[in-house]
Design a protein around this ligand. Structure first.
Ligand code: UD1
Length: 418
């Protein structure tokens, strides 16, 4: 067991480089199964979920190496099935992309029901609806999702809810299907575009990614390619909030500022200065932050993955803020942890009413999941005294080199093995 120990109060200063986007990287690794060839994927974040995926590929029979710069060289020629019996699949959510990829390449795929953060109910009915519309049969048998199809045939699929995972999984299954597939009410997140871009670089024919209608013309085969993953807007947003709450002045490099517009807009409303450059942003906070209302939405709205660190920020901002979580029904569990640090928050269903206090106070808290763990780090950086965060493995699933990046910015943070 490891924990992070933070002495709060240091103003963050300096520069930080953002890693590749976890939520793009994971399905992009899955696309290499579809390629059935040699692929090079660059700018992968060195995080647990990526290591899990590399291990899954190797167990399927691929040759995969991952260097310390985040470049994966993978040859999936040798894979002849996509039966992922390994319990690694249960450790994270994105393992379910092996279903779309395996169905597309082999007409058959099996994976253990995926894990991931405990942030409310996370059904996969829209993934199943999409696979079935393409001609597959899907059953869940003793916790294993089993998909099979003699032939996949393109179809029109309307998603009942806007789902990132379902949009990507259906795209994966459809690229090698016969004929045309249209996904309506598709998610528009930047990582949908990134996955479509790598698939197109492999020879797929996908149009409209980034809009709510994606059109896929099935092709006969794909080939390998070299591709670089987009920067992690959630990691960048976390550092923006860490700078804001500590009254810091930092430059965040390797970002695409347009991906962060909703976050930038909200921080500016709070009195945080955000300057945008080509592929970097500068975040400066001098005055006490002002409370604002925030509602999480699908892209380009405010991302649910930054709701928790944002709520931390609002906990010590002036006035009352209202945060509405419209994507996941259980994403306020961390509030009890934050209350240990003195936060004044009342949660009613999907709404949190936050009355800002002058300053949080350090306490022993838990990282309940990936993003709430990051939120506890943000809280600890600004709190009075020492904050100890346990269950750090959640944070390691999604933040590459977190404490070294923060140390370089002047934070007082150490990792302690218990
Ligand atoms: C992905 C991200 C996660 C992020 C979320 C929303 C990964 C690995 N995870 O999760 O970090 O918080 O997008 O941006 O990329 N839903 C259904 N049926 C389905 C699928 C989803 O009802 O078949 C619902 C979910 O319960 C949720 C909403 O749709 O309320 C959005 O979920 P979705 O976009 O699918 O999230 P994930 O892909 O699981």
């Amino acid at each position: 067991m490891e924990k992070l120990v933070i002495e709060g109060g240091a103003r963050l200063k300096g520069k930080v480089d953002v890693s590749g986007f976890k939520n793009a990287a994971l399905p992009i690794i899955a696309t290499t199964i579809l390629a059935g060839d040699k692929c090079t994927v660059e700018n992968l974040p060195l995080i647990r979920d990526v290591f899990y995926y590399r291990d899954i590929l190797e167990q399927l029979g691929a040759k995969a190496t991952l260097d310390d710069k985040g470049t994966m060289r993978v040859d999936t020629t040798g894979i002849d099935n996509c039966i992922v019996e390994n319990e690694l699949a249960q450790k994270f959510r994105a393992s379910y992309y092996t279903l779309g990829a395996g169905l597309g390449r082999f007409g058959k795929a099996e994976v253990m029901y995926p894990g991931g953060c405990n942030i409310g109910s996370r059904p996969i009915d829209q993934h199943i609806k999409g696979f079935e519309a393409l001609g597959a049969t899907v059953e869940i048998d003793h916790g294993i999702i089993k998909c099979e199809a003699d032939r996949l045939i393109g179809n029109k699929i309307y998603l009942d809810v806007v789902s990132v995972g379902a949009t990507i999984n259906i795209m994966l299954a459809a690229v090698l299907a016969e004929g045309k597939t249209t996904i309506e009410n598709a998610a528009k997140e930047p990582h949908i575009v990134d996955v479509a871009n790598i698939l197109n670089a492999m020879g797929a024919n996908i149009r409209g990614a980034g809009t709510d209608v994606i059109k896929i013309n099935g092709v006969n085969g794909l080939h390998g390619c070299t591709y670089s993953v987009i920067p992690d807007q959630i990691e960048a947003g976390t550092y923006m909030m860490a700078a804001a709450i500590t009254g810091g002045d930092i430059i965040i490099n390797n970002v695409i500022p347009t991906h962060l517009e909703s976050v930038t807009a909200k921080l500016r409303e709070m009195n945080v200065e955000v300057e945008e450059y080509g592929d970097s942003i500068r975040v400066t906070a001098d005055d006490r932050l002002k409370g604002v209302n925030v509602k999480t939405l699908t892209y380009p709205g405010f991302p649910t993955d930054l709701q928790q660190p944002m709520s931390v920020l609002l906990s010590s901002a002036e006035g009352t803020s209202i945060v509405t979580e419209s994507i996941f029904d259980g994403r306020f569990k961390y509030v009890d942890e934050l209350k240990r640090m003195g936060a004044n928050i009342k949660v009613d269903g999907r709404t949190a009413v936050i009355k800002g206090i002058e300053r949080l106070s350090g306490a022993r808290v838990s990282a309940l999941d990936l993003r709430s763990g990051a939120a506890m780090v943000v809280a600890g950086l600004s709190a009075d005294g020492i904050t100890e965060i346990d269950n750090v493995y959640h944070i390691d699933r999604g933040y590459a080199n977190l404490e070294n990046k923060l140390l370089n910015l002047g934070a007082k943070i150490t990792r302690v093995k218990e």
